[in-house]
Design a protein. Structure first.
Length: 404
């Protein structure tokens, strides 16, 4: 029986999987390339009985409600600040919206001391044997685990090592997005102002934790992929500045703050398509298997996938040859339906023509269209009945993970 499981990634899918594996008596180890749990980050949302039900089963729903943002209303404005269209907080924020860093921290704490945590390291080589997977880490450490799970996002290292290069599995969807911190010079509360010109979106939202701070967000159309180093912060800043140079509204202040920012989120809007999700003793979960950068309900899908993967391993007595196939058969269609929502995110945020911007605003100002959009989102999050899994309970939320 497989008992030791290495999980790469400590964002959402990884800690959730560690929780459920520990719940079923496995011994999970989570490795995270960052030196500590990431704080802050963009807001993520959950909606519907499937998502909220799993958070409640994990015993973290009440804790998440204590740190929820309260949702974010989105106002689209012209260059003079006049409101053109407004979307309610529950459109983007669902029934529960929290910052990614808060979610990751609470999920990690939920598995307590039943999980081994390794920060500041990453997997560099995988070699499957008849009895396990020999893993080499960047630190030089070598260990053997019964199973290895990639929960390390759309740019998954585990997927690259075990399934092949990223270009074989990740499809560019024609847009890029960026986010950074800036002063809240507009005095925004729990709302976001959004400004469009064809093919570009600039947005500023208040920070519910610190009234003096705000978050800047930018999206722009780029049908062709841009060649850049994902670890070169200066190069990414140059790309954003070049794409937004010369725009009015609050964009100059946003770009001034970008120059001073010591952190930046920058990535393509893309989707991950991998079939199957496993090879031998190695499997993928969350965005590594079926991610979409924005709009694909990846956070909710990560919870569902972690629950089912751990449950199927437990039900199969640790036999991955049975569990991995059952896991994908149970949730593959659900995950891919949810993922499709990300295909239109870029076009919604930054329509490529002035006519497209006007049409989006006109539709979103219609109550019937907003109700339809909300209904579709709810159906994507609720379209699955989860199995119940029996197993030992060994998880305690008393002990937080080490920070480094």
């Amino acid at each position: 029986m497989a008992t030791t499981v290495l999980i790469s990634g400590a964002s959402i899918a990884g800690p959730a999987l560690a929780y459920w594996l520990a719940h079923h008596g496995f011994r999970p180890t989570v490795v995270e390339i960052a030196p500590a749990l990431r704080t802050g980050g963009n807001a993520v949302d959950y909606r519907g009985p499937v998502h909220l039900g799993l958070l409640e089963r994990m015993g973290v729903l009440d804790r998440l409600r204590e740190v929820q943002t309260g949702g974010t209303a989105m106002r689209f404005v012209d260059a003079d600040g006049r409101c053109l269209m407004e979307m309610p907080a529950d459109f983007a924020g669902g029934e529960l919206e929290v910052l990614r860093g808060d979610l990751s921290r609470i999920l990690c704490e939920a598995s307590g001391d039943h999980t081994e945590w390794i920060f500041g390291d990453t997997v560099t080589a995988l070699a499957e044997t008849g009895t396990g997977v020999d893993v080499t880490f960047r630190s030089g450490t070598r260990r053997t685990f019964d199973l290895v799970i990639g929960a390390d996002g759309v740019h998954s290292t585990v997927r690259r090592l075990a399934f092949g290069p990223e270009r074989d599995h990740v499809r560019h969807l024609g847009y890029y997005v960026a986010g950074w911190d800036m002063p809240n010079h507009l005095g925004l509360g729990r709302d976001t102002l959004n400004y469009n010109v064809p093919g570009r979106l600039a947005a500023i939202g208040g920070d519910h934790r610190d009234p003096a701070r705000a978050g800047a967000f930018a999206a722009f159309s780029s049908p062709a992929e841009i060649a850049y180093d994902r670890h070169d912060l200066a190069a990414q800043k140059r790309i954003v500045r070049e794409r937004f140079a010369g725009l009015g509204w609050e964009v100059p202040r946003m770009l001034d703050a970008l120059d001073a920012a010591d952190d930046l989120y920058f990535d393509a809007i893309c989707r991950v398509d991998v079939r199957p999700w496993s090879r031998g003793r190695i499997a993928l979960v969350g965005d590594a298997a079926c991610g979409a950068t924005i709009g694909g309900m990846g956070n909710g899908t990560a919870l569902v996938a972690a629950y089912v993967l751990a449950g199927e391993l437990a039900a199969a007595g640790g036999d991955h040859t049975v569990a991995f196939g059952r896991y994908e058969a149970l949730i593959g269609d659900f995950a891919r339906r949810a993922q499709k929502g990300g295909d239109s995110t870029g076009r919604f945020l930054a329509p490529r023509t002035a006519r497209g911007i006007r049409l989006r605003n006109w539709l979103q100002n219609r109550a019937w269209f907003m109700r339809l959009t909300m209904r579709i989102a709810g159906e994507r999050s609720a379209g699955i009945v989860l199995p119940s899994y029996a197993g030992p309970t060994g998880v305690s939320a008393a002990s937080p993970p080490p920070r480094g």
